[in-house]
Every structure is written in structure tokens, then in C-alpha cells.
Design a protein. Sequence first.
Length: 329
Amino acid sequence: MSRILEELESAGIAFSMDYEDLIAYCKDFNPLHQLKLLKKLTPALPEVVVFPKSVDEVSKVLKIANSLGIPVYVFGGASGVIDSATPYEGGIALSTLGLDWIEIEEENRIATCGAGVVGGRLEKILNHRGFSLRHIPQSLYCSTVGGWVATASSGQFSTGYGNIEDLIVSLKVVLPNGEILEERKTPRRAGVDLKRLFVGSEGLFGVIAEVTMKFFELPKESVKLSFEYKSIESALEDAKKLLSLKPALMRIFDDEETLRYFDSEAFSTIVIFEGDGAREKGKIARSISKGREVEGYADIWLEKRFDVSDISKIGVLGFVFDTIEVSCF
Ligand SMILES: Cc1cc2nc3c(=O)[nH]c(=O)nc-3n(C[C@H](O)[C@H](O)[C@H](O)COP(=O)(O)OP(=O)(O)OC[C@H]3O[C@@H](n4cnc5c(N)ncnc54)[C@H](O)[C@@H]3O)c2cc1C
């Protein structure tokens, strides 16, 4: 450890061994960890937290760690839920939050950001200029762009705009030996698409240090529709038809969730069409849907979509809650 600290100091890289920092970087948002923390227990502790501010500094940290055989755990917003960054073997927790630069190229509709840029900040800056990422995970305000890539993130508007792998243009990555890998910023390129290797890599193949992402004009037209059904099967049947109209967002709610969100005893679907032609698509959707059109569910959901206060109250009572995502035909 003393060798590491000496090396970090001589490289001028900020680090901390304060207990508060070690605790802040001891876990992600995994529900079992939350329960442990309430009992004043920690799942594991790193020995030191480093805060690199540039790609070169990340490279130096990894070179030092590699030469001394010290494990490194990468942290963005720590909003991940699958316990993948817990420093079970001690060592270094590397925070990407100091990698916080944002360069916006309006003409090319791309933004190049340090991996530690928090999504909500980037989205707000883009909104001020009339644009949007359209990558809106529920954790927008507590997750980072590097974290999105590392976890193969999906957002509320991914039905229409794609998941993170469809939205990244290029990456700058620091490999475990400190080597810097940089892709050209082109829409497509010949050869193996290296960035795909890092989508969902959860920090295993290196530190994603910089991400170039697409963004879009804020939609001028938007049509929000809500339908109710008697069964989940009829909601699904309808969804298949509605998907052919390429909605920006579509969600089906079972009876429990319809009651919780919309105070109604039914199954339901909300659909949002965006951009040119949205009104026309809305008309077609109304004509092909077999559901009963209801007013305002989409607006209610949009209003509540970042609010996790209900479930936050359950944790302190000692309950564990979790969400899982299932893909199937
Ligand atoms: C309330 C809530 C709502 C959520 N909603 C969504 C949602 O709608 N969609 C969704 O996809 N997820 C969601 N999540 C999960 C989580 O927010 C995402 O997985 C997010 O992408 C994690 O980003 P982060 O910056 O917090 O990463 P972290 O939690 O810090 O890290 C996650 C993993 O990625 C690695 N990592 C992080 N940054 C880098 C980097 N720069 N280079 C290499 N590896 C790195 C870490 O080592 C770890 O393995 C939600 C979580 C919560 C708590």
C-alpha cells in the first residue's frame, strides 16, 4: 500500500483514505448492501479511493496497480444494482467522477464526454440548446455515461431511439495495463467494432474514460396515448400492432401496477409518438387499438417516472426489494 500511495503522490493523482470515502466506494445500489449499511455494516472496503481527472491519470493509476498486482474497482455513480464493483479484495476504488468534461458538436449531433459525467447534467445542458440524449434511464440523475456503457444501459425511450449500444459513436478506453485505446469518431468504420466489447463489460476489460454519444433535437411534436384492457394478453396483442408504428415509448402495466399508478382496476398501456408524423401515427394507433382509450395515464407516468420514494420507505423497515428485467419472445 505504501508503494501505491508514494506512486500516486509522485504522479500528482488525488486520492483519499478517509473513512467516509472508503464507505462511499464500498458498494453499489444492490439491495442487500443497502440493508447492511442500515445495520452499520459494510460489504467490503477498498484501501484507497483514487480520483483521476484525465485519461492520462487513469492510465497512470492502472499502470501502478498493474505493476504491483493490486485490484482496481471502477465506480461511476454507484447506482448499479448487481454488486459488480464491490471491492471484495480491497485495493483501489477508482472514481470516474473527476472525468467530467463535455464537448458538444451541435452540427454533428454528437457529444464527447468524460466517463464520469452524470447523465442528468448532460441531458439538462442539451435541453437548454434544444436537444436531448433520449437515453433516459430511471437513474438518469445518479448514473454516469461511462456506467451506462459498462452496464449496457437501457432507457425509458429505448423503444424508439435504441439502447446505449445504439447511441454510442466511439469510446476512449484505458486497458488494464494502462494502454489507451481510442476509436475514431466516425459513424461506422471497417474492421471489428471494439466498442461492442465494452458494452456490458462491468469494468472487466478496462476503464471506459471517454464516450462520444449521439443526441437528437427535442421533438417538436409528441402524442401521448393511454389504453385499458381486460387482460395482459390483449394488452400484448395490441402492443405488437402498435410497435409497427415505431413509438418512442411504450409500456404495459399489469393490474397491480395499473392500480398503483392510475388507480384503476384494469391492465393498461401507454404509448408516446414523437417527432414529425407523430399526430398521424397517433390517429392510426387509435384506429387499430382494441383497448379502451383513457385520458392522462401517460402524463401521470411521466410525472412519477423518477420517483422511487415509495420503495425507499420499505428498505428502512428491513425489507429487501429488487427489480429484474426479463427479455423473452
Ligand atoms: C433507482 C434506480 C433506477 C435504475 N434505472 C435504470 C434504468 O432505467 N436503466 C438501466 O439500464 N439501469 C437502471 N438502473 C441501474 C444503474 O443505474 C445502471 O446500471 C447505470 O448504468 C449504472 O451507472 P453508474 O454510473 O451508476 O455505474 P456504477 O454503478 O458506478 O457501475 C456499474 C458497473 O459498471 C462499472 N463501471 C462504471 N463506470 C465504468 C467505467 N467508466 N469504465 C468501466 N467500468 C465502469 C462498474 O465497475 C460496475 O461494474 C437503475 C438503478 C437504480 C438504483
